[in-house]
Structure formats: structure tokens, C-alpha cells
Design a protein around this ligand. Structure first.
Ligand code: FES
Length: 136
């Protein structure tokens, strides 16, 4: 093989880029095809069955946290922790928890229970329609 037959650096990089994009598309599709019951509604909100939200607890639904602090009373917040704007990871029967640096937030109103966050989670809107909650 002569030097003229060897692929140029640009050709190699282009091929690698195409391969990476192809792998990402396949992998990303697989990553988003889980069994989550969360769907996007026509209004751009997320929906979840009310029965999936435990009394005295909650669930992360799309980019929101939905809680039911008292039976039949639903609240929703952005899932972005106000410390560094990263997603919270867990909802327990005591709090909405961001395990990145230890902040936790009230199930009832999203206020800070423990820092380092100093600001409440951003409030979202829950609309109840039968047994379905739409969060936006
Ligand atoms: S990003 Fe949540 S505690 Fe730091």
C-alpha cells in the first residue's frame, strides 16, 4: 500500500464520527424504550396514573416530581434541584432527595429541608382528570 492509498486523517475521523452517531442513535432509542408509564400529553405536559403516586410520597415523572402529601391532594415541582440545577434522584416518604450533595425538599411545598440548596423547587401545575394526572 502506498502513501496515496492510505486513508487521510479526515477520512478516518469522518468514518469514526458516522459510526459514533449510528451507535448513539441505536443506543438512545433502546434507552428510551423502557416501560415507563409516563407519557407526554398534547399540551406538552406529562401524564401519570394517580394510583402510581403514593400517599405521603411521590414519583419522578418526566422532568417533574409529583407528590401526594395528603390523600387526594397532589403537588408537582420541577425535578431540577435548585443547588446546581441537576435532577433530583429519589422521592421517599419523607422528602424529595437530591443525592448529589444531600439537599432534600418538602413533599408538600418543595421548600428546602436540608441544604446545600437554599431555594425551594420550582412549582409546577397538576391537573386531575379522572384517574390521570397531567403535570405541566
Ligand atoms: S445539585 Fe442537588 S444538592 Fe447539589
Amino acid at each position: 500500500m502506498t502513501a496515496q492509498q492510505l486513508p487521510t486523517r479526515r477520512t478516518v475521523l469522518n468514518s469514526a464520527g458516522i459510526a459514533a452517531v449510528t451507535l448513539c442513535l441505536g443506543g438512545c432509542a433502546a434507552a428510551t424504550s423502557g416501560t415507563s408509564s409516563t407519557t407526554s400529553g398534547s399540551s406538552g405536559g406529562n401524564t401519570v396514573k394517580a394510583a402510581e403516586i403514593p400517599v405521603g410520597g411521590g414519583k419522578i415523572v418526566g422532568s417533574f416530581v409529583v407528590t401526594q402529601p395528603k390523600e387526594g391532594s397532589y403537588e408537582a415541582f420541577s425535578y431540577l434541584c435548585t443547588h446546581q440545577n441537576l435532577p433530583v434522584q429519589e422521592v421517599t416518604d419523607a422528602a424529595i432527595v437530591c443525592g448529589r450533595h444531600g439537599s432534600s425538599f418538602s413533599l408538600a411545598d418543595g421548600t428546602v429541608l436540608t441544604g446545600p440548596a437554599t431555594t425551594a423547587l420550582a412549582k409546577a401545575t397538576v391537573t386531575v382528570d379522572g384517574d390521570t394526572l397531567t403535570i405541566s
